[in-house]
Design a binder for this molecule. Structure first.
Ligand code: GLN
Length: 270
């Protein structure tokens, strides 16, 4: 089988772009090579791996879990079914965080529910003087995040536990979180590969606001004077998030849209 024949075999089974990416991974070739040398023969093991991957993709498994990695803000992170796959909208959270960190020397940052570590690691790499603590309830997620930090050269203090429990008594200049915020009865959970992702990273099992309530309720005690809290949320959770922030004594509670124009990140400061 040649590269071109492999792509033909996947046609109609899965999306063309996905087929191309899977073939690049299976054959170990670049996109440019694939275009320039489609007649290149594919060794039997690579060809078999590719066809097996096409079957998995056709069954709905996300590409990132098949190849074991995904990009976020220009860096490649390892992912496994123990962690959510990075989403582009989370880059908004990172950008808003970076804007708040501008001018703070040796900022202390807390990332709650770090998952694969994309937020903590990106902030650590882009604010090298910052001290970053990353918390997750899942030991398996922390192990993925630790691997990513090591591969990307970020120094992160990982702690396993429930929200603020592992950082009791510590103060931070910035608390960031991409918590589970999908309501348990949201049909979205059954679509777009979400059934392959860790359910506890997607939904609180209730109305979708339980984790946001817990994060907002505990954050004042953990913030240094003037500190900020920023968290990602669902398209219809902006007003509820601002209300929770205001009720908890935060000033200038705001909501920021993602690139699709959807309410995505809310925050406030003390
Ligand atoms: N934005 C994700 C989705 O809708 C959910 C991420 C999360 O719950 N933190 O697929």
């Amino acid at each position: 089988m040649t590269l071109a024949e492999a792509l033909t075999a996947a046609r109609g089974r899965i999306d063309r772009l996905d087929a191309r990416l899977l073939l690049e991974y299976a054959a170990g070739v670049t996109h440019a090579y694939l275009l320039a040398r489609p007649e290149t023969p594919l060794a039997a093991p690579a060809g078999e791996a590719f066809l097996a991957w096409v079957e998995r993709r056709a069954a709905g498994e996300p590409l990132a879990y098949i190849v074991g990695e995904a990009g976020f803000r220009g860096r490649v992170f390892q992912v496994s079914p123990d962690v959510l796959i990075p989403r582009p909208e989370t880059e908004v959270l990172v950008e808003l965080a970076l804007a708040r960190l501008d001018g703070i020397e040796r900022a202390r940052i807390l990332d709650l529910g770090t998952g694969s570590g994309i937020v903590a690691i990106t902030l650590a790499l882009e604010c090298p003087a910052a001290r970053v603590v990353a918390v997750d309830l899942s030991a398996a997620a922390i192990s993925v995040a630790r691997t990513n930090a090591g591969r990307l050269g970020a120094v992160i203090d990982f702690r396993r536990g429930d929200w603020y429990a592992p950082v009791a008594g510590e103060r931070f200049d910035l608390v960031v979180a991409n918590p589970p915020y999908v309501a348990a009865d949201d049909p979205h959970l059954a679509r777009n590969g979400l059934p392959f992702e860790p359910r506890q990273a997607l939904t609180d099992g209730g109305d979708g606001l339980a984790c946001i309530r817990a994060i907002v309720a505990g954050t004042a005690e953990q913030l240094a004077p003037g500190g900020w809290v920023l968290f990602e949320h669902g398209w219809d959770q902006g007003a509820a998030s601002r209300n929770l922030l205001t009720a908890a004594g935060f000033q200038a509670a705001f909501t920021h849209p993602d690139l699709a124009g959807i309410d995505r990140v809310s925050g406030g400061h003390l």
